[in-house]
Ligand binder design. Structure first.
Ligand SMILES: Clc1ccc(CN2CCN(c3c(Br)cnc4[nH]c(-c5ccc(CN6CCOCC6)cc5)nc34)CC2)cc1
Length: 283
């Protein structure tokens, strides 16, 4: 993979394009192979016209500058980028097993040991981001990919910012993961990622997000007053951890370093435990 890292200017002719991996509002992601090294990547192709129309070029710029700098086993690599007159191309690591979102839909929910391993790895990745003064701000199953060894990878830093930030988030996509301070448009910090870690933990264990409701107004209300119901199959220790993450006051949320020491994590995701391989036939 060293060839990938060498600073060089890339162009589309360096790649053989494969099947589309997914389509989005601003472009598509394709499987691609670098011609010389045969290295397989995910090529995210964004349309400049769409980006300019939606005035999100600063977001794309930030996604590139942040993701190119981050190097962590649980963060999807960005190897480089290039553009032509109509499109911007982001050369990204290819996650072989697809998104956690799809896996969650297929399996409905995961057992506590699997979730504890995912939460442990995500916490390590977020700790790394926070040391680089980066808040992700958009942790949710759609933005988490699964690698070759079924390890979790944070992708899509399109919403990430440098802390502290009071950037207004045009609310697109799910509200389920928004923290109370973000809903109220207050200045927010790293603690928003701790909140979304709690939301993710609940959704992976239960199969539905904690503040799920029939309309957005109800979801807002549930978030602001932290109205949560834990099904009775959730263990006491899991409830204890989520209860320390889903706290209204950002300063009182459990710091990420303490998440790694929490008994639910240390007992269910001991050092060396790796995510299970989910074979399609295994239901
Ligand atoms: Cl502009 C834009 C367009 C689309 C999207 C949504 N996805 C974002 C993540 N994308 C992927 C990225 Br980046 C990196 N590696 C990936 N690997 C995959 C992937 C890998 C494998 C599959 C196939 N499934 C895997 C699980 O078993 C059934 C078959 C499906 C998707 N998608 C991505 C795919 C597209 C985001 C932004």
């Amino acid at each position: 993979a060293k060839a990938e890292d060498k600073k060089k200017s890339w162009s589309l002719s360096d790649f053989d394009l494969g099947r589309p991996l997914g389509k989005g509002k601003f472009g598509n992601v394709y499987l691609a192979r670098e011609k010389e090294s045969h290295y397989v990547v995910a090529l995210k192709v964004l349309f400049k016209s769409q980006i300019l129309d939606s005035e999100i070029e600063h977001q794309v710029r930030r996604e590139v500058e942040i993701q190119c700098r981050l190097r962590h086993p649980n963060i999807l690599r960005m190897y480089g980028y290039f553009h032509d007159e109509k499109r911007i191309y982001l050369i990204l690591e290819y996650a072989k097993q697809g998104s956690l979102y799809k896996l969650l839909k297929e399996r409905e929910r995961f057992d506590e040991k699997t979730v504890a391993i995912y939460i442990r790895d995500l916490t390590r990745a977020l700790l790394y981001c926070h040391t680089k003064k980066v808040i992700h701000r958009d942790i949710k199953p759609e933005n988490l990919l699964i690698g070759h060894n079924w390890e979790l990878k944070i992708a899509d830093f399109g919403w990430s910012v440098h802390s502290p930030s009071s950037r207004r988030m045009t609310l697109c996509g799910t509200l389920d993961y928004l923290s109370p301070e973000m809903i109220e448009g207050k200045p927010h910090s790293y603690a928003v990622d701790i909140w979304s870690l709690g939301v993710l933990c609940y959704e992976l264990l239960v199969g539905l997000p904690p503040f799920d409701a029939k309309d957005s107004h109800q979801t807002y209300r549930k978030i602001r007053y932290v109205i949560i119901k834990y099904p009775d199959f959730i263990s006491e220790k899991a409830k204890d951890l989520m209860g320390r993450l889903l706290v209204i006051n950002p300063e009182q949320r459990l710091p990420l370093t303490n998440v790694l020491q929490h008994p639910w994590i240390t007992e269910n995701a001991p050092e060396g435990a790796v995510p299970p391989a989910f074979n399609p036939e295994q239901k």
